[in-house]
Design a protein around this ligand. Structure first.
Ligand code: PEP
Ligand code: MN
Length: 352
């Protein structure tokens, strides 16, 4: 349920109503929008009468039920106000969200050694990316496949961050590694295979770094939003959803089916920012550029693209990785698409 306050409601009145809702056994969350303040209510609201709440104050404009099973992440919970995730990087604060330029995240599937990660980071930076994404702990289908270098790879990510100023995104697989990952990462990735690892979701929800939640390969949209709800319910509102392809019936020509139609659907259901990963989404470098452009046309807030200095020798996901030259070429092409929807960094700078 949400309480929409009239514009100009005194702060003390919002506080008074929030306290009263706590007395009713509910958890109020204040959401300050551009024009209005909304009090989101979580708890046993089924039996409550919206009219009875409205009678509490002449400053209450409306009391509305959130009909979806996901509450905090639903678009209704913020009365249609999109949320944004602000990420501090050495190069400055980057915002990911509907009202901001499209953020570019790129890097190798796994951090293999110092030379490759620094070289990739420099090329990502030069091409205009804001984040370096590289895996230290890798979720691999086979226990015999390269599992990532773990802690030593975190040090290499820290070195790449220092060398380029890019923000770092890396995956957590085991809650026991969370603290050391959070020391290096600006955003913590929860991968597709852990999307419904509820104890891990609670742990990332109880820490402060923003979380990138990838869609499980067989997750419905509701499964995914309920997983995000776990993170918000645990106290962390900074969640970005990443579409990375789902399993359908063809595995011969594509690794996954990139569900681009999920972008407008998510837009209607949630206020959370959206990222698209066409690399895992297709599994093949040749298909990445067209899907990246299509994701921009469909309204994504960010892109994640795998880039490796020598894809043929990559220890994981080589076939879907672009070379730095290909990535450079792609970002030049993406700029045209980004500008056409008025969401490319240079445009934002020029206009501000
Ligand atoms: C990755 O980002 O490298 C990765 C393993 O992705 P996903 O969890 O989407 O498979
Ligand atoms: Mn990968």
């Amino acid at each position: 349920m949400i309480i929409v306050m009239k514009s100009g409601t005194p702060e003390m009145e919002v506080e008074r109503i929030s306290r009263e809702m706590m007395d009713w056994g509910l958890t109020p969350e204040k959401i300050i929008g551009k024009h209005k303040v909304v009090i989101g209510l979580v708890g046993e609201t089924a039996e409550l009468d919206p009219l009875q709440i409205k009678e509490n104050s002449p400053w209450i404009e409306q009391v509305l039920r959130v009909e979806q099973p996901f509450k905090r992440v639903s678009r209704e919970f913020r009365h249609n106000e999109p949320s944004e995730v602000a990420i501090s990087t050495p190069n400055g604060r980057v915002y990911i969200g509907e009202a901001h330029p499209i953020a570019i995240v790129a890097g190798p599937c796994s951090v293999e050694n110092e030379a490759m990660i620094i070289e990739t980071a420099r090329r990502v930076k030069a091409a205009g990316g804001q984040f370096l994404r590289g895996g230290a702990y890798k979720p691999r289908t086979s226990p015999y496949a390269f599992q990532g270098h773990g802690e030593s790879a975190l040090e290499l990510l820290a070195a790449a961050r220092a060398a380029t100023g890019l923000g770092i995104i890396t995956e957590v697989m085991d809650a026991a590694d969370l603290d050391k990952i959070a020391e290096v990462a600006d955003v913590i990735q929860v991968g597709a295979r852990n999307m419904q690892n509820f104890s891990l979701l609670k742990r990332v929800g109880a820490q402060e770094k923003p979380v990138l939640l990838k869609r499980g390969m067989a997750a419905t949209i509701e499964d995914w939003l309920m997983a995000a709800e776990y993170i918000l319910a645990a106290g962390n509102p900074n969640v970005i959803l990443c579409e990375r392809g789902i399993r359908t019936f063809d595995r011969q020509y594509t690794r996954n089916t990139l569900d681009l139609s999920v972008i407008p659907v998510l837009r209607s259901l949630t206020h959370l920012p959206i990222m698209v990963d066409p690399s895992h989404g297709t599994g093949w470098a040749d298909y990445v550029p067209s899907m990246a452009k299509a994701a921009i046309a469909a309204g994504t807030d960010a892109l994640m693209i795998e880039v490796h200095p020598n894809p043929a020798k990559a220890l994981s996901d080589g076939p879907q990785s672009l070379t730095p030259d290909q990535f450079d070429q792609l970002t030049q092409e993406l700029a045209i698409f980004g500008q056409s929807v008025n969401r490319w960094p240079q445009v934002a700078v020029a206009l501000s």
